[in-house]
Write a protein that binds this ligand. Sequence first.
Ligand code: NAP
Length: 225
Amino acid sequence: MKNKYVLITGASSGLGYSLLKKFLKENYTILAHSRNKNSLADISKKEFKNIINITGDLSKRSTLTKLKLNYIKYKPSIIINNAGVYISEDFSNISEFQMERIFEVNFFAIIRFLKMIFLKLKNSNCLIININSISGLTGSHKESIYSASKHALKGFFESAQQEFLSKKINLLNIYPGAMKSKITKKRKTYTNLMSTSEVADIIFGMCTNYKSVRFGQVTLLRKKY
Ligand SMILES: NC(=O)c1ccc[n+]([C@@H]2O[C@H](COP(=O)([O-])OP(=O)(O)OC[C@H]3O[C@@H](n4cnc5c(N)ncnc54)[C@H](OP(=O)(O)O)[C@@H]3O)[C@@H](O)[C@H]2O)c1
């Protein structure tokens, strides 16, 4: 029987937290990565029994090593690369440090982690879900670096798809439009955005309720503007 472990990065807030709640409700054990130790503080004691908390900044190799060791120990059948940094700013105002940080978290952390566990992933039938963004498909005003980091992720996974599939590693790339989270809090349109819990429900359905259908790339947009 398939194990019921899922690894979620950035599980402390927004979509990651909604995914954590959804998978918990469906009786999964969660390898929940969060940047800080106390960020899952409002989870009940009962729920916490099914959470293995892995903490650390994803731009640090030590955090990726922790993720690797937990992957090897628990062999989750699903990995959700959700953590991400967003910045809405003119390119001229973005510092080199910010540029590097965005690429470190949104791109390099994901592929470094994959590289670290690749031999173990082979033939595992693991499903890797990458939370990309509509900004990974088209560029937007004030999103040059964020959009570039998400385009890099798209390019990587599209190129690696055949190789991964031949090694029984499944990929699902999700491209959501704007959702209600820390990232969008200040937008005038905030109240009209998709909720992270509805997006989490859809992702859960896609990654667990299919037999022979494979979803490669999925765009999720709100119905009303
Ligand atoms: N919200 C949107 O409109 C939208 C649209 C399309 C795609 N997305 C993507 O959806 C994903 C989730 O974003 P969200 O909207 O749920 O935003 P969020 O609430 O800000 O969640 C982002 C998560 O990533 C974590 N994170 C950020 N930098 C990190 C680092 N250096 N090391 C470790 N963890 C780090 C955050 O941890 P902390 O809590 O410690 O900050 C948080 O758990 C991201 O990949 C984002 O690009 C969002």
